[in-house]
Design a protein around this ligand. Sequence first.
Ligand code: E4P
Length: 222
Amino acid sequence: MKFFLDTANIAEIEEGVSWGCVDGITTNPTLISKELAGNANFKTLVKKILDIVDGPVSLEVTSLSADGMIEEANRLKKLGNNVVVKIPTTIEGLKALKVLKEQKIETNATLVFSLNQALMVAKAGATYASPFIGRLDDISEDGMNLIEDIREVYDNYGIETKILAASIRHPVHVRDAALIGADVATMPFDVFKKLMNHPKTDEGLKRFLDDWKKIDKKKLMF
Ligand code: E4P
């Protein structure tokens, strides 16, 4: 399973990449807008992200028409080879996915909320489909059921579009998405950090170090 960070924050990306566990990045207009305060500029920010990360970096189009999305996608792709273009799950989006597949530009169909949408974006040629788990949980639906359904149906038909579990809010989402077999989980840095938390690790390490301190220092020469 691949882990992507769902952020455009350079400090978070640098830190995550230094842990050796980040396979890629997803961004969206909300995340980018948070980082573009003051004099910052979109191209400079994206170039920095692309310099740090080897894996796929999703950048989202903001056009609503297929032609606009295709034109934006081609401009975004010029920023780096590892750019994946995020396309909204709409009918115009389907048209854009089809053309971008023909142009060999990798895509990420965003805002997937149903199995039928996941099937449609896959048929149109999306490289990734992004079901938003947390936003379904927010309206009292079970986001994880959707991941389970998509996995089953994609496997039934040998569909190659990758399932990118998105809108992840806590470590249990990551664990469950992994057990179901989502190809990727994208998560905020805060959730990524929490994946390593375990009180027994902290307690065990403290006990080892306390016991180590009891040894006569002269016996510790090596
Ligand atoms: C995915 O690519 C999206 O950027 C993201 O996961 C949305 O998450 P949110 O529902 O927490 O905003």
